[in-house]
Design a protein around this ligand. Structure first.
Ligand code: SF4
Ligand code: SF4
Length: 350
């Protein structure tokens, strides 16, 4: 519990196990119970039980449980803290845990990345053509490296913990079905709609994800800053606009604390939203400055954009909240394996 408190809330002991949170949760089901079970595991210090559990990822943080908890234990935020801890648990580099627990380490890493990008610009005499060519290549190799060296091994570790170590003995056919679940949930997060009054939140999130993925494809693979193709240019403006408009709304929502899920923020939550906003906004400005022929006189805007993108790609994507996008999607598939294994076990017993 002491370690877990460094990942968010430390109100575990307030829970007296009335079970109200599990009863009101629209996403919990037979064989997949949360959040009371995870809180119990925490109180008992059952680290292995938590590490091998997919349930924390199946919580979409609607906040219903927190609103009805008679002990103000804030089970919704406790589940969020467990997810942060699990992110650190899966990460083989240990950097996710370090950045969650130490804000100064994260800030130092941000500063080092910024210094590296400015130094690269200096070496290239801040020549716009040379720096932008470098930036484009950097983005491409950054995606490749982060996925192959960090994210794929971490997903394999998650599979090891939640399926192999948890002794989930699912039939082979359920693995094929799990791939379909993975793709559907990764892009739609459709389970959110099972929670009450979450349609607007789901739509905002869906448009933001589509904007983010669209911007990624358009800038990295379709060379938005270098293309003359009008369709790609307009698509870039639309996706960049979606990203900064919806992240701006998210910032307002977090500041106003109007929704249950926005009442408690860890520094990494703020980094995630602000950097996503900056990425969309600076990308939008860079292309606008190219189109009105101002970029050479205001090249600093591209340097800012490249610093933000590099910090995002090197730090926030592999070690921060971005990973929830992947882990949650895989968790839905792994949970389906768990359900299939349970059905198989019951059928064998009968
Ligand atoms: S977190 Fe609150 S609602 Fe859930 S079991 Fe504990 S006391 Fe009850
Ligand atoms: S926040 Fe919502 S989805 Fe998560 S455990 Fe509570 S009621 Fe369930």
């Amino acid at each position: 519990m002491k370690e877990m408190s460094q990942y968010g809330m430390g109100t575990w002991n307030a829970c007296f196990h009335c079970g109200n949170c599990t009863a009101v949760c629209s996403l919990t089901e037979e064989g997949i119970l949360f959040p009371r079970k995870e809180i119990r595991a925490l109180q008992m210090g059952l680290e292995d039980k938590l590490a091998t559990s997919v349930e924390p990822w199946l919580c979409y943080y609607c906040g219903d449980c927190t609103e009805t908890c008679p002990r103000d234990a804030n089970p919704g935020e406790l589940m969020m803290s467990v997810r942060r801890w699990l992110t650190a648990k899966y990460d083989w580099t240990g950097l996710a845990g370090l950045f969650y627990k130490s804000l100064s380490a994260l800030i130092i890493a941000f500063v080092l990345v910024a210094i590296g990008i400015v130094a690269m610009g200096f070496v290239k005499d801040f020549n716009s053509e040379a720096v932008m060519y470098f930036g484009h290549i950097l983005e491409f190799y950054l995606i490749l490296t982060v996925f192959t060296i960090i994210l794929i091994p971490n997903i394999l570790r998650m599979f090891y913990f939640t399926v192999i170590k948890a002794k989930v003995n699912a039939p082979f056919g359920s693995y094929i079905a799990a791939i379909g679940n993975l793709i559907t949930h990764m892009f739609t997060q459709v389970k959110t709609l099972k929670c009450d009054k979450q349609t607007v939140r789901w739509l905002e999130h869906f448009l933001l994800v589509m904007g983010y993925l669209g911007l990624l494809v358009i800038t990295v693979f379709l060379d938005w800053f270098g293309t003359e193709n009008q369709i790609i240019i307009y698509m870039g403006y639309i996706t960049g606009g979606l990203v900064f408009v919806f992240t701006f709304l998210l910032m307002i929502s977090r500041l106003s604390k109007a929704r249950e899920l926005n009442k408690y923020s860890q520094p990494t939550d703020w980094f995630f939203i602000i950097w996503l906003f900056l990425m969309g906004f600076t990308a939008f400005l860079v292309r606008l400055f190219i189109d009105i022929d101002l970029l050479n006189d205001h090249f600093w805007i591209y340097m800012v954009h490249l610093i933000v993108v590099s910090q995002w790609g090197m730090l926030l994507v592999p070690f921060g909240k971005w990973t929830h996008f992947l882990y949650r999607s895989f968790a839905v598939s792994f949970a389906n394996l768990k359900k299939a294994a349970l059905i198989k076990k019951l059928a064998t017993a009968a």
